[in-house]
Design a protein around this ligand. Structure first.
Ligand SMILES: [Zn+2]
Length: 265
């Protein structure tokens, strides 16, 4: 079961109420400790632990908790985050789907060195060999998808698939055909790698998606949020360690990625 830590709940509430930009959640070592422990718990084969200054990988690499730059803009956090920045927004697991505050993108800030360590670098051919073809919602006739065996992401997606199979036939249209899993590419219009490049993300049926890049911002520069993905589907993914792109201000509602560290257990 997914259970949110009190600090995460409080921050999520503050952000929802104020529409605030990034809180310095990751800057307070006391607040960061539980999320660092979640990283260790989620990826025990790769992450050895943490100390006051860094996340420590089993290969000896140290990823700094803070790079000392406390004044980063949202774009700078996306482009050159430290480990603390990854947790700038608390992921609101289990919440009703709703328009997020401006720039509220929990899980969209990723330290690429960490994800390369977890899954490999697809541009060096390190990901393709770890992929496994699994049945995707076989009860709904979903065919097969390829997902990485690294970090147990394949097992997690199989658990999602089993639960989605229990949903009524009326849910099939959202799930089938899947718009894809592994794809060695950067996120559209950026140089940042997508979670699809690690084989740890899945897109549902494009026909029912909403994507912020397809929206023209209003006169004030705000992006209007919309969504057609039912909460039943989101709940199942979140229960098994996946976060949903529909919870982002820069939303992508067909997108789910394996990010158990964003979900308190
Ligand atoms: Zn996607």
């Amino acid at each position: 079961m997914i259970r949110r830590a009190p600090v995460v709940l409080i921050l999520a509430a503050l952000l929802s109420a104020s529409g605030a930009r990034a809180e310095n959640f990751g800057r307070n070592p006391a607040e960061l400790k539980p999320v660092l422990q979640r990283l260790v718990d989620a990826y025990p084969g790769t992450i050895a632990g943490f100390d006051a200054g860094a996340l420590i990988l089993k290969n000896g690499e140290r990823l700094p908790l803070s790079d000392g730059d406390e004044g980063k803009s949202f774009e700078q956090m996306l482009d050159r985050p430290d480990i603390g920045d990854m947790f700038a927004f608390a992921y609101p697991a289990g919440a009703e789907a709703a328009p997020p505050p401006e720039n509220f993108d929990p899980g969209r800030i990723r330290v690429e060195a960490l994800f390369r360590a977890l899954y490999g670098d697809c541009q060096k051919g390190e990901v393709a060999g770890k992929l496994r073809r699994i049945a995707w919602v076989p009860g709904h006739g979903g065919g097969k998808v390829s997902v990485t065996t690294a970090q147990g992401a394949d097992k997690a997606l199989e658990a999602v698939s089993r639960d989605l199979d229990k949903l009524p036939a009326s849910f099939r249209k959202y799930l089938v055909p899947s718009a894809g899993t592994y794809n060695c590419r950067a996120i559209a219009k950026t140089s940042r790698m997508s979670m699809h490049a690690y084989g740890a993300a899945i897109d549902l049926n494009t026909k029912y998606t909403a994507y912020w890049q397809w929206q023209k911002p209003d006169a004030a520069g705000h992006i209007k949020w919309s969504n057609r993905i039912p909460k039943e589907i989101v709940d199942i993914f979140e229960r098994h360690g996946f976060i949903w792109g529909g919870r982002w201000y820069h939303y992508d509602t067909m997108h789910f990625e394996y990010r158990p560290e964003m979900l308190a257990r």
